[in-house]
Design a protein around this ligand. Structure first.
Ligand SMILES: N[C@@H](CCC(=O)N[C@@H](CS)C(=O)NCC(=O)O)C(=O)O
Length: 205
């Protein structure tokens, strides 16, 4: 039986885009329902009761079931596809980079982009302002680690594109918006070109 997919999203979010990119690469139809996170539209009692109790997007709706967490949603869509390696070690390595994305990369690279491009530096709280330097250092460390890995590997895991690449691409390719200098990471720049050359690739809105 065919499932219907609806993505609850804010199109400015890379976490939402990674799910749209996964669906596009796999040729899966995906409806979208849009919210403005800057207006608190995911923090309403209705959204928190019926879509995601944590008040965040993305949420992948599969018929009448709701799945928050972008990487879980990518996994759901890609299960049994070529985006998840068959080899047991390669599959675990793919998860390694997906956890890295959520713990070491996204909280720094994505958060600085969100603060600088969408909130605006002048509107940051004192507490956020105090975190900028630490996030810049940690984000640069994450990008350096990716760059060293990509110096010796075409893709993040194994010898083919996998979800590890798909979940790392969205916030990496717009890292400059958060104050990083992507040109300093030449292996990442070549990898970005490889991701963008994939058949059925779609760009972020
Ligand atoms: N780990 C989550 C992060 C979700 C998240 O932080 N979502 C942000 C946008 S990217 C959000 O909804 N922010 C609005 C809010 O917290 O009110 C995932 O990967 O899906």
């Amino acid at each position: 039986m065919t499932e219907n997919y609806t993505l609850h999203e804010d199109p400015r979010s890379g976490n939402c885009y990674k799910i749209k990119l996964t669906a596009a690469l796999l040729g899966l139809p995906l409806e979208t329902k849009q919210y403005n996170i800057l207006k608190g539209e995911t923090r309403t009692p209705d959204f928190m009761a019926n879509v995601n109790p944590s008040g965040r997007i993305p949420v992948l709706q599969i018929d009448d079931k709701f799945l928050p967490e972008s990487n879980a949603a990518c996994w759901y869509l890609a299960e049994k596809s070529a985006l998840i390696p068959d080899d047991r070690f390669a599959r675990a390595e793919m998860l390694r980079w997906m956890f890295f994305e959520q713990y070491s990369h996204e909280p720094n690279v994505a958060t600085l982009r969100f603060w600088m491009q969408f909130v605006g530096e002048a509107n940051l709280s004192d507490q956020q302002r105090l975190q900028i330097m630490a996030k810049r250092t940690a984000g640069a460390e994450a990008l350096s680690l990716m760059d060293s890995h990509l110096a010796a590997h075409k893709w993040m895991t194994g010898d083919a594109v996998s979800l590890a690449d798909i979940v790392l691409y969205p916030y990496t390719h717009v890292a400059d918006a958060g104050g990083f200098q992507l040109a300093d990471y030449r292996h990442i720049c070549s990898w970005i070109e490889r991701v963008e050359a994939l058949p059925d690739f779609i760009a972020m809105d």
